[in-house]
Each structure stands twice: as structure tokens, then as C-alpha cells.
Design a protein around this ligand. Structure first.
Ligand SMILES: [Zn+2]
Ligand SMILES: [Zn+2]
Length: 313
């Protein structure tokens, strides 16, 4: 349904085991990329995310650890002959950044690249999925993103289908998968006629870099998954405040207060290489917390459940 792939879980500097921020979300043939930290193109390869998929890139802010991988990724797609157009969204400076990277390094792309400077609000929409941006509290202009997937139909109602005279074979399966069917007598049956009310959307929220703030809490309210930075443990709460970041404890508390179903902590400082201090602190406040690792995946199923797949390499 929706698959989140953590390509990089580091913050500020890469370490031996962790790359810089990049998160891919797979959805019906699409790859949505949140941030493009250094080495994202290699992680793309390792996660087998393809070259010519329908794709959009969302950048949270212009700090180097979140954008250094973008020119390399564009170059990679060109070298591999991508033809599908690609849209990139982020702060206004992103337009100049991509342009000057291409001009100074003398590379064009084999595909149409459009960079949009955005403010908060709805920015992207495809099929049943949309992406909204919201401003967060970092150093300089910074955004977080909310990915909203509206599940197309409620659960299939066999009795209603029977009452409407819809034969089980071959139509029930198509209707429960959200497709309209035509009966032998010419009647068309829409999935909404034989399914319960639409379930609430599946919502994934990504904080980018930020201090704990009201806009993040609001976006994260009742989210299925909050991917939140946790740069420091509480021992460095002063650094978090000074540098515009969140501690593990503050992330855990914010997720708890917002009713988040699952909190995944990422962008933790190189000083916590194994992340043990980060996850320990967060779990003491919020048990629905996991620590993201590079190439870890979270599958978000249609029924609202999730599955965590740890990397094998
Ligand atoms: Zn960062
Ligand atoms: Zn930053």
C-alpha cells in the first residue's frame, strides 16, 4: 500500500553506518522522496527504487545535510536515461541551487526537471494521495511535510451486493478493490454502492529539522506515522534549543500528546551512532516509538496496521 524506506537516518554528518537524511515513500508506482542527503543515489540503488518511476522530491530546508545529494541524484537519473519529468519542491532557494549546480557542473538532464519554491499548504496531489507542507521552527525557513493517503473504499458489504443482484464472480473482487463493474444487464455498479463508509486517510508526517513546535504537533495529531528528528538526548537539551532541533524526549512527548500511532525517530547525531541513548530515552515516555535505521522499511497497510522490516544488509 504505502512503503516508507529510510535511506539516511544521520544528522549533520554521515557516519559509517548512517547516511544523511533521505526518506522514500513508495505508493502505487510512485516514489516520493523526502530530502536528498549526501549519498542518496547510492541508497537509491541499494533500496532498488528504480530510475524511471513516477517521482517527486520534497526538500525540507536548505541545510547542506538535506540537499547535497540532489545534484548527484539528478545526474544519476540522466546517466541512466530517465525520461519521465521530475518535480522538486522546497524553499525558494532550491530553484537557484539546482540551476547553479547544473550550470557550474555542466550537466543537463535527459528529462524535464521543474523546481517549485513553495510555502505552506497543499502542494502535490495524485490519485488518492496528497502532500501538504507546513512551516516548522528551525534555523531559517524550514518545512515539514504531511502525506495523506485517502483509502479509496470502506469494507465490502456482501449483503448489499447480493441485494443489488451483483454476482460474486467475477465482480465482488473488483468492487472491493475499488473498481466500477458493469453487470450482464448493463447496469454499472460503483464501489461506493457496495462498501461501507470511507475509512479515515492514512497520514504520514515528516518533521524535517525543527524544535518542537505547534505546527508540527498540529500536523501530527492522530497521524499513523510521525517521522521526527531526534538530534539529541535530553542531556543536550540546550544544544537542541540553540540549534533548532528536538530531543528524543521532546519528540516522544509531542507524539504522545498528539495521539500519534507510531513514532519513528531519525536524524540523530553522529555522537549516538547506535542510537541506544536516543531510543531508550524516548521509550521511557512513549512506548509506540521505534528508532529508524538506514534501509529499514515500514509498510503501511490498507487496514491501518503497519509492519516494520529491518534491513538485511
Ligand atoms: Zn539536518
Ligand atoms: Zn537543518
Amino acid at each position: 500500500m504505502l512503503e516508507v524506506v529510510f535511506l539516511g537516518t544521520g544528522g549533520s554528518m554521515p557516519t559509517e553506518g548512517r547516511n544523511l537524511p533521505a526518506i522514500a515513500i513508495r505508493y502505487q508506482g510512485w516514489v516520493l522522496l523526502l530530502d536528498a542527503g549526501e549519498d542518496v543515489q547510492r541508497q537509491f540503488e541499494r533500496a532498488n527504487l528504480g530510475t524511471n518511476k513516477r517521482q517527486a522530491i520534497f526538500i525540507t530546508h536548505m541545510h547542506a545535510d538535506h540537499i547535497l545529494g540532489l545534484p548527484g541524484l539528478l545526474l544519476r537519473f540522466s546517466l541512466l536515461g530517465r525520461i519521465r519529468p521530475l518535480s522538486v519542491y522546497g524553499p525558494n532557494e532550491l530553484i537557484q541551487y539546482v540551476k547553479s549546480a547544473q550550470n557550474t557542473m555542466h550537466f543537463g538532464t535527459t528529462f524535464e526537471t521543474t523546481v517549485y519554491g513553495i510555502r505552506e499548504g497543499p502542494i502535490f496531489n495524485v490519485d488518492d494521495l496528497c502532500v501538504n507542507a507546513f512551516e516548522v521552527d528551525h534555523r531559517g525557513y524550514a518545512l515539514g511535510y504531511e502525506i495523506v493517503y485517502q483509502r479509496p473504499t470502506g469494507s465490502f458489504l456482501p449483503e448489499t451486493a447480493m441485494n443489488l443482484g451483483v454476482p460474486k464472480d467475477p465482480h465482488w473482487q473488483a468492487l472491493s478493490a475499488g473498481q466500477e463493474v458493469e453487470l450482464a444487464d448493463g447496469r454499472k455498479i460503483r464501489p461506493e454502492e457496495v462498501t461501507g463508509p470511507k475509512p479515515p486517510p492514512i497520514r504520514i508526517v515528516y518533521s524535517g529539522d525543527t524544535r518542537p513546535c505547534q505546527s508540527l504537533k498540529q500536523a501530527a495529531t492522530n497521524a499513523d506515522l510521525l517521522i521526527c528528528e531526534a538530534m539529541y538526548a535530553s542531556e543536550h537539551a540546550n544544544l537542541a534549543e540553540e540549534r533548532g532541533h528536538t530531543t528524543a524526549a521532546a519528540a516522544a512527548q509531542l507524539a504522545l500528546d498528539a495521539g500519534v500511532k507510531l513514532l519513528a525517530l531519525t536524524h540523530y547525531s553522529p555522537r549516538y551512532e547506535d542510537g541506544a541513548a536516543i531510543i531508550k530515552e524516548a521509550l521511557s515516555i512513549n512506548p509506540n516509538t521505534i528508532l529508524a535505521r538506514d534501509l529499514m522499511k515500514i509498510k503501511m497497510h490498507k487496514d491501518g496496521s503497519h509492519e516494520i522490516i529491518l534491513p538485511t544488509i
